[in-house]
Design a protein. Structure first.
Length: 126
């Protein structure tokens, strides 16, 4: 009689009988780290907006553009693309377009704040 082979997967039992794979755990850990960095990013956007540091704001928006959708926040990517596009480059940074760019960055900050509120467990709120 052939021996029975069992394949063991890296799963953990969870309430409700669902299994969570090691990959799911890693993905959730990465998402939590992303949310922590997102809070830091929001504070930096606010500071740079007050300081009118357009080159840094542009860089920050570019980074958000690349990461938002990867972590399940496609709206964040869309808003970051819009803000980055509206932020003037180089010498134009003191010229026209600033009110629209400011509005786009403020909208991005509001969206980040909402994402953080919606993804923070109640017991983690101050």
């Amino acid at each position: 009689m052939p021996s029975e082979t069992h394949t063991h997967h890296a799963t953990l039992g969870t309430p409700g009988g669902f299994a969570v794979t090691r990959s799911d755990e890693i993905q959730e850990r990465l998402r939590k780290q992303y949310l922590l960095r997102l809070g830091q990013k929001m504070r930096r956007l606010r500071k740079e907006l007050v300081d009118r540091n357009w080159p840094t704001l542009r860089t920050e928006c570019r980074q958000l553009r690349g990461s938002g959708e990867s972590f399940g926040f496609p709206e964040l990517t869309e808003l970051a693309v819009r803000a980055e596009t509206l932020i003037p480059e180089g010498e134009r940074s003191r010229a026209k377009g600033i009110p629209e760019a400011r509005d786009a960055v403020e909208t991005l900050i509001i969206k980040i704040d909402r994402i953080l509120i919606e993804n923070t467990p109640e017991n983690d709120h101050p």
